[in-house]
Design a protein around this ligand. Structure first.
Ligand SMILES: C[S@@+](CC[C@H](N)C(=O)[O-])C[C@H]1O[C@@H](n2cnc3c(N)ncnc32)[C@H](O)[C@@H]1O
Length: 266
């Protein structure tokens, strides 16, 4: 299992602060990966789902809208939750979503509250992953599913790449497929289904466009590019990214994503 060093403390919030500001959060595989997660969690209209780490709420809107699920969407960042709430209102699905600012490691919900608990690119950022998994399992109903879509090292990364990704991505600590599986097993989940996919830049952008509408997507990138020229926080982030440009290409070769789903058996 690969493990990362932590970033400098001031970088940790910056990565997500900027994302909530320009209005895009991501997970690998985009909408296609969300479909796989929904399929493997056997989610059906009318069921309840907890979405941990909802970010700006693109999947939240989809789960509540097209999928007809009753969604509780949580994130540790108040600005993300605000963004997600605005999006749900704008897209007419607010009545089917409850939002809360919450840490994945300490969920304020009763045992057996949800038919499924899902996350997309969240647990990699959580300090105590096993504790978070324990919480996901606790709040899932017996017979319900816990499903993760998480970035996965498909090739063991050299230590400097692990340090670089942790530094630029808020302490992200990606695991291998075996590492993610072990977390699910360690939390007592059974009937595991897992799938892994390599990273494909072209397909990633197409999938991201499917998640946001084109106007939102272009507006977010316009904001990112203009702010990168004038805003010190954005400039600081870009300097960190560009401090080792070679690592970006290495990252693309070593990273992929996986869907990891298990069932709460009792
Ligand atoms: C890479 S973004 C993914 C967001 C969203 N799932 C998506 O696919 O667009 C990770 C999200 O996890 C949230 N997050 C990080 N640590 C968390 C924690 N301990 N508890 C809850 N949310 C957390 C961040 O605020 C951020 O919104």
């Amino acid at each position: 299992m690969a493990s990362a060093g932590r970033p400098s403390p001031d970088m940790e919030p910056l990565y997500f602060e900027l994302q909530s500001d320009f209005g895009i959060t991501k997970h690998m595989g985009g909408r296609k990966a969300t479909h796989e997660l929904i399929e493997l969690c056997h989610l059906e209209a009318g069921q309840s789902v907890l979405e941990v780490g909802c970010g700006i709420g693109s999947t939240t809107r989809y789960l509540a809208g097209e999928c007809g699920l009753l969604v509780t969407a949580v994130d540790i960042s108040p600005r993300m939750v605000e963004r997600a709430r605005e999006r749900a209102k704008r897209r007419g699905v607010a009545a089917r979503v409850e939002f809360k600012v919450v840490d994945a490691q300490q969920l304020p919900f009763a045992e057996a509250s949800f038919d499924a608990v899902i996350d997309e690119s969240v647990t990699a950022f959580v300090q105590d992953k096993q504790r978070a998994l324990g919480e996901y399992v606790r709040v899932a109903k017996p017979g319900g599913y816990v499903g993760l879509n998480e970035a996965t090292w498909v090739k063991l990364p050299p230590p400097e790449l692990v340090r670089y990704t942790a530094m630029i991505m808020a302490g992200a600590d990606f695991l291998t497929a075996e590492g993610w599986q072990a977390l699910l097993e360690g939390a007592g989940l059974g009937e595991l289904s897992t799938r892994q996919h390599p990273f494909d830049a072209r397909s990633q952008y197409i999938q991201e466009l499917r998640q946001l509408d084109v106007r939102e997507y272009l507006a977010a990138w316009y904001r990112f590019l203009t702010q990168s020229a004038i805003n010190p926080a954005y400039r600081k982030f870009m300097q960190q990214v560009m401090s080792a440009p070679g690592q970006i290409f290495k990252f693309i070769k070593h990273i992929g994503y996986g869907i990891y789903v298990g069932r709460k058996l009792n």
